[in-house]
Write a new protein. Structure first.
Length: 305
């Protein structure tokens, strides 16, 4: 399953008027549940006007049976994963579920579900409880730092580093995969899994190399071509990104992710609006009812004049 689709809202081509998870997400893995692997986006944690902490969670089914159960619950056959947005009240230990984004292949948003109107108590031991303990502690620490700064007039906080840090779960997965890679068990899927870990850790150069090894063994994997293309774009190599997306499209003319991503890069990175319009119209010829299709239609109306 491809892991990425370029989001039009980033470009301000559309005004999104609702909370959105950070584009350079920093997912912090939680223990999860029996059905889902769960993480929260550290970059999404923001103080709301009501004094709560807004936070996005990512839920990925642990297996195909769990995915099918979720697809049935959300009444969306193309379901692959979903995001949930909460507002957490650290004082009252309550949380308000604001939004649920249902995602398909390449994280295309299939639909958005409005949440609740009233907060509920946070259940002890739940995923939400574990995340709340982390973010509320961070808020307390930040407030204490502010108090210290007000007294001393200075702070000893270290400068922010751009270095990406792999969490313990990711490091363990990499170690396990590298053992396979150095043995006779190495397959295209092994290299792809390794690329996915680097993808999620926002390490594009390492992801590109892993995907390259996967494609050497399975060159016609459209999903891997899309994911590597997304990583090429992140490094600023727009021509290679487009080349990957177009190759994926040539392999699978019904591959919506490659068409979507091509249109994005042509429009907003290469400033080739005619080519972008062509790709967007191809998209609508295949899919016209999803949330993504609505965004594409709006872009055609805006840029096709």
């Amino acid at each position: 399953m491809p892991r990425f689709i370029l989001q039009f809202c980033v470009t301000a081509a559309l005004l999104c008027g609702v909370p959105s998870h950070a584009q350079a997400a920093q997912w912090q893995v939680l223990n999860g549940t029996s059905r889902y692997k769960v993480a929260y986006d550290e970059q999404s944690v923001k103080l709301t006007p009501l004094g709560r902490l807004g936070i996005w969670f990512r839920f990925i089914p642990r297996g195909e049976s769990e995915r099918k159960l979720a697809a049935a619950e959300f009444k969306e056959k193309q379901y692959r994963s979903h995001l949930e947005y909460y507002e957490v009240d650290c004082g009252d230990q309550t949380a308000l579920l604001g939004l649920i984004d249902i995602l398909g292949a390449s994280r295309v948003r299939l639909k958005r579900i409005q949440g609740e109107t009233q907060p509920d108590p946070i259940l002890p031991g739940s995923v939400l409880d574990k995340a709340a303990k982390r973010i509320c502690t961070d808020l307390d620490d930040e407030n204490n730092k502010d108090d210290d700064t007000a007294v001393t007039g200075q702070t000893n906080a270290p400068e922010k580093s751009d270095e990406r840090v792999l969490n313990s779960d990711q490091l363990q997965q990499i170690e396990n995969l590298q053992k396979k890679i150095t043995s006779k068990e190495a397959t295209a899927e092994t290299w792809k899994e390794l690329g996915n870990i680097y993808f999620d850790a926002d390490m594009p150069e390492q992801a590109i190399k892993a995907y390259e090894s996967a494609l050497a063994l399975r060159p016609n994997d459209a999903d891997t071509l899309n994911d590597q293309g997304a990583m090429y774009r992140q490094t600023g190599d727009f021509q290679r990104a487009v080349a990957n997306f177009e190759k994926a499209y040539s392999i699978d003319p019904h591959n919506l992710e490659s068409i979507y991503n091509s249109g994005y890069v042509y429009a907003f990175d290469l400033n080739n609006i005619p080519k972008a319009l062509d790709m967007w119209r191809r998209y609508l010829a295949l899919e016209s009812n999803s949330e993504t299709a609505r965004q594409v239609r709006s872009l055609i109306e805006q840029y096709g004049k």
